[in-house]
Design a protein around this ligand. Structure first.
Ligand code: AQP
Length: 320
């Protein structure tokens, strides 16, 4: 059966885009072996606060549980806690060209004009390749912005296999069904993002109801005045309709004003986030439980990861 991996960076508060685009597809596909990976090593590639990172990592694990990820079926791990990720990362660096890494659009964007660029930002896609290859993953759900990184993982795996002998499963990128891309509510030309400087465009998964209502009420629309899908001319309204469809899980009925649309969206979002918020509050009372889930996840995935690294080491000519 195919094995899937979905990653989440603990770089801030998870938002509705993360839920609709990644968590819900993960929960819907739990009949197959899956790994939910918190990419805390990736969070080190940009300026970060250690205490905040620790808190964010535990928060992402807790939100995953609250959103319905079942740790009995899906291993929840932090990539820093499975040292095979870092070891394979180094081995793969020796099979990747500097030019290949420097060409990555995300590296160019995040490094442009930034004097304190970390070397790990350059090698980030190689770590992502290691995250995938170390677990013999066949399928990686990816959004457009990660396509180039997944292609690099495929290239490196294929090259490594051809040069040193069959070692890695070559993963394919898939687009999960019903995984709409959710746009920023204050600037619908950009995707909803954890790291956008203003919180006005995102709905945090743990936002209280009044904040959700305010954020949706202030969402940018247009002057057309008709509620319809028209991404070119009405990107804000189209985005609100996408959120409504995803949260209510049905086609919206006729809506005659933007006010009515926003009220429906607010109710539908609250109906989805209310139970997640409540479950999160319960789980937060016992942080030891969340730590244990991460330890269990690590124990579950480690034998396979160790075996993959052993194959790669042997193929490269390193001693046992
Ligand atoms: N706006 C979005 N709509 C749908 N899916 C989204 N994802 C992210 N934003 C949206 C999906 O969520 C998963 C986890 O994302 P990530 O933590 O790896 O970071 P990201 O893709 O870079 O998303 P963010 O939230 O915008 O983070 P920052 O601001 O830190 O870069 C992925 O499967 C992603 O596709």
């Amino acid at each position: 059966m195919t094995r899937r991996l979905t990653g989440f960076q603990p770089t801030g508060h998870l938002h509705l885009g993360n839920l609709i685009g990644a968590m819900r597809p993960l929960v819907a596909a739990q009949d197959r072996p899956s790994i939910a990976m918190i990419a805390d090593l990736h969070a080190l590639t940009v300026e970060h606060d250690p205490q905040q990172l620790r808190a964010n990592t535990l928060q992402v694990a807790t939100v995953l549980l609250a959103a319905g990820v079942d740790p009995e079926r899906t291993a929840i791990i932090a990539n820093s806690q499975v040292p095979e990720h870092a070891e394979l990362h180094y081995l793969l660096e020796s099979a990747t060209g500097y030019g290949e890494a420097a060409r990555m659009i995300q590296f160019k964007e995040k490094s442009a004009g930034n004097k304190g660029v970390r070397l790990s930002l350059l090698t980030y896609p190689v770590l992502m390749a290691a995250d995938i290859l170390v677990h013999d993953i066949d399928q990686v759900p990816v959004g457009d912005d990660q396509n180039q990184h997944l292609e690099l993982a495929r290239t490196v795996a294929t090259r490594f296999n051809a040069r040193y002998g069959e070692t890695f499963t070559v993963p394919e990128g898939i687009r999960p069904e019903n995984a709409a891309r959710i746009m920023d509510l204050s600037d619908p030309a950009r995707k909803m993002s954890k790291s956008a400087p203003s919180a006005a465009g995102r709905i945090g998964l743990l936002d209280p109801p009044e904040v959700i209502r305010r954020t949706i009420t202030r969402a940018v629309t247009d002057t057309v005045g008709v509620v319809r899908d028209d991404a070119g001319n009405q990107p804000g309204v189209t985005n609100l309709l996408a959120i409504l469809r995803a949260c209510a899980d049905r086609e919206p009925g006729p809506l005659t004003s933007y006010g009515a649309l926003k009220r429906e969206v607010t109710d539908a979002v609250e109906a989805v986030l209310g139970p997640i918020r409540a479950r999160y509050a319960e789980l937060s009372e016992d942080p030891g439980h969340v730590r244990k889930i991460l330890a269990d996840g690590r124990a579950r995935v480690q034998p396979r990861a160790a075996e993959t690294v052993r194959r790669a080491r042997t193929a490269l000519g390193l001693l046992d």
